[in-house]
Each structure stands twice: as structure tokens, then as C-alpha cells.
Write a protein that binds this ligand. Structure first.
Ligand code: UDP
Length: 327
């Protein structure tokens, strides 16, 4: 059996990845401290509770399953929170990843697919971003992910650790079967917050900043469906198993949507009004993050199938109405 260790497998993207990995014939072993994930979301393979900074626990899990590779999602990922609590991000994301990489090398596991982010690029004055752009993060979240990328490059040189690094743009949508979906506590992301506002679970969506240098004054992001994103991870794993060299890939569609455009699309999909109030900018937000690359399509053969905005909101709305995890 081909075990794959999935750190953060109880979280939003990790749980969808476990479903895709199982469908591709792997046994996904979730390693998660449940600080932001849900045990209910672990449905596709064994669960091992543990923290990334716990070296002894990691050693025991590597010994138990002898995984062929690691898919590393576990991280704190909120831009706003990282501005308030940078130490938390350096400790959890960077020290945690270092502990994981050392455990991998000790166990002789030398292939990893890593979740990085477009937040490592920073603000580039309204240009679309490809993998060769300078990485100049403007918040501790992005900086922590860039540091982990640097560590992976270093361990590649020193120890032959091979990596596929995915720089995600904004992930949205949910499993069309509603077995797993997006559920953060507290929620900070645009689409789930908007769906809450639409069905009255909160008074309104606050738009963070309406004076950006964009056509309608709100921030622009590139949204990619979580099912498409996790398909890329299966391809990334195959890339490593085929013996190919370490590589960085953006995962986005190249289509930018402003916050107001996402609000309008949600109105159309749900056929309901979206209560919004204009608010101040959120510290740490870039004006525009849009992928300017087709590297994942040309080299990995990745083809996004559900990353149309209406489809993403439709799938998120279905999950919002029918799915939940016990808290
Ligand atoms: N956003 C907003 N109101 C909210 C949450 C998010 O206007 O309540 C904006 C945010 O400023 C950003 C975009 O929506 O421009 C996406 O934010 P999200 O937190 O979903 O993802 P991020 O881009 O931070 O990874």
C-alpha cells in the first residue's frame, strides 16, 4: 500500500486532497493537531493526531506507516492574523515545517508536495504573477511560506529532498458530493462569509477597502476550485514519483475577480441579495494577485475543470446549506 502522509488533512484543502489521493489509489494518512481542522473531515484514511513541532510524534508516525511521500498543508493561513501575531506564524509554520523536514530525512522519506501561496510574491503594481517574479511578501504569512520554500531548496541541495511547491491563489468551492467542505472557526474568507450574510447568519459582508487602484476600487484575486487544486497535488505526487526534479508551480486560472465582482456573481448564483457594507482596508492585503502562468498546465498537464466563478459559488453554496462538521 502506498501511504502518503498528509499534514493538515483535517482542514479545508487537506480533506479534499485526501479524497483525491484515495481516488488515485494512495492511502492518505492525516497528521493534524485539530487546531483549525475537524476530525469529522478525516474520511478517506487513517488519522494521527499530532503537532508539527512534536518531533517524537512525527518519528513514530513515519515508523508506523513508512509513507512514500508527504503532502504538507498544515499551516496557519490568515493574512490578517499574521499581522497581529507574527511569532505564531514563524513558530507554527516555519519551525513546524523544519521539524517535519528533519523527521522526513531521518525516516528516509524524500519527496514532498508543499502548499505555498501567491502571498509570497507581495504587491507587484497590478502585474500578473508568474513563478519567476520576485518574492517580496508584505505580511508574515507570506514571509513564513517563503522561508519554508527556501528551506526546501536548501534540503534539496544538501540531502536530495525533492519537492513540488504549489503557490496557491485563492481557493474556493467544495466537494460536489458535500462529503467535505470549507469550515473555519472563526471564518475569515470572502466567499463563506458572504454566504453567511446571504442566509442571515451574519448581518452583512464588510468589503475590506474600496479605494484600491483597481477598476471598482476593491481588491482583485484569482480564485481556483478546491477540487481542481487537489487534482494538481495528485499530479505533483506523480511528478516526484516519476523521478523529476524539484519544481515550483502557480495554481491559479489567470482570471482576476474583484471583491465586488464576487459579490455580484453570488447574487446571481443564489438569487438572493447580498448585504454588504464598505469598510476600511485590511492590513496586509495586496491590491491584486492573479496568476500569470500556465506552467502547471503545460508541464504537469493540469486542467482546471470547475474553476468557473459561478461553479465555485454554486458548490460552496450547496455545502453551506447541507454540509457541516460536529464542533
Ligand atoms: N475580503 C473582504 N471581506 C471579508 C473577507 C475578505 O472584503 O470579510 C476581501 C479581502 O480583503 C481580499 C479578498 O476578499 O481582498 C479575499 O480575502 P480572503 O480572506 O478570502 O483570502 P486572502 O486573499 O486573504 O487569501
Amino acid at each position: 500500500m502506498k501511504h502518503v502522509l498528509v499534514t493538515g488533512g483535517a482542514g479545508y484543502i487537506g480533506s479534499h486532497a485526501c479524497k483525491a489521493l484515495k481516488a488515485a489509489g494512495y492511502v492518505p494518512v492525516t497528521y493534524d493537531n485539530l487546531s483549525t481542522g475537524w476530525q469529522d473531515a478525516v474520511k478517506f484514511g487513517p488519522f494521527e493526531q499530532g503537532d508539527l513541532t512534536d518531533a517524537a510524534r512525527l518519528d513514530a508516525v513515519f515508523a508506523k506507516y513508512d509513507p512514500i511521500a508527504v503532502v504538507h498543508f498544515a499551516a496557519l493561513s490568515q493574512v490578517g492574523e499574521s499581522m497581529q501575531k507574527p511569532a505564531l506564524y514563524w513558530r507554527n509554520n516555519v519551525v513546524g515545517s523544519l521539524t517535519l523536514f528533519e523527521a522526513m530525512l531521518k525516516a528516509g522519506c524524500k519527496e514532498i508536495v508543499f502548499s505555498s501561496t501567491c502571498a509570497t510574491y507581495g504587491d507587484h503594481d497590478n502585474v500578473v504573477l508568474d513563478e519567476t517574479c520576485e518574492q517580496e511578501p508584505i505580511n508574515p504569512y507570506g514571509a513564513s511560506k517563503r522561508a519554508i520554500e527556501d528551506m526546501l531548496m536548501g534540503f534539496g541541495e544538501s540531502d536530495g529532498l525533492r519537492s513540488v511547491i504549489f503557490r496557491y491563489f485563492n481557493v474556493a468551492g467544495a466537494d460536489p458530493d458535500s462529503e467535505v467542505g470549507e469550515f473555519h472557526q472563526p471564518e475569515t474568507h470572502l466567499i463563506p462569509l458572504m454566504l453567511d450574510a446571504i442566509d442571515g447568519k451574519r448581518d452583512a459582508l464588510t468589503i475590506f477597502g474600496t479605494d484600491y487602484d483597481t477598476p471598482d476600487g476593491t481588491c482583485i484575486r484569482d480564485y481556483v476550485h478546491v477540487m481542481d487544486l487537489v487534482d494538481a497535488h495528485v499530479l505533483g505526487l506523480k511528478w516526484l514519483q516519476d523521478g523529476k526534479e524539484s519544481r515550483v508551480f502557480n495554481l491559479g486560472t489567470g482570471n482576476g475577480f474583484s471583491v465586488r465582482e464576487v459579490v455580484n456573481e453570488s447574487r446571481i448564483v443564489t438569487n438572493k441579495e447580498v448585504p454588504v457594507v464598505d469598510g476600511a482596508r485590511r492590513a496586509g492585503d495586496c491590491t491584486m494577485l492573479v496568476s500569470g502562468s500556465v506552467r502547471a498546465e503545460t508541464e504537469l498537464g493540469w486542467r482546471p475543470k470547475r474553476s468557473d466563478m459561478k461553479q465555485m459559488i454554486t458548490d460552496a453554496w450547496r455545502w453551506h446549506q447541507t454540509g457541516h462538521y460536529d464542533q
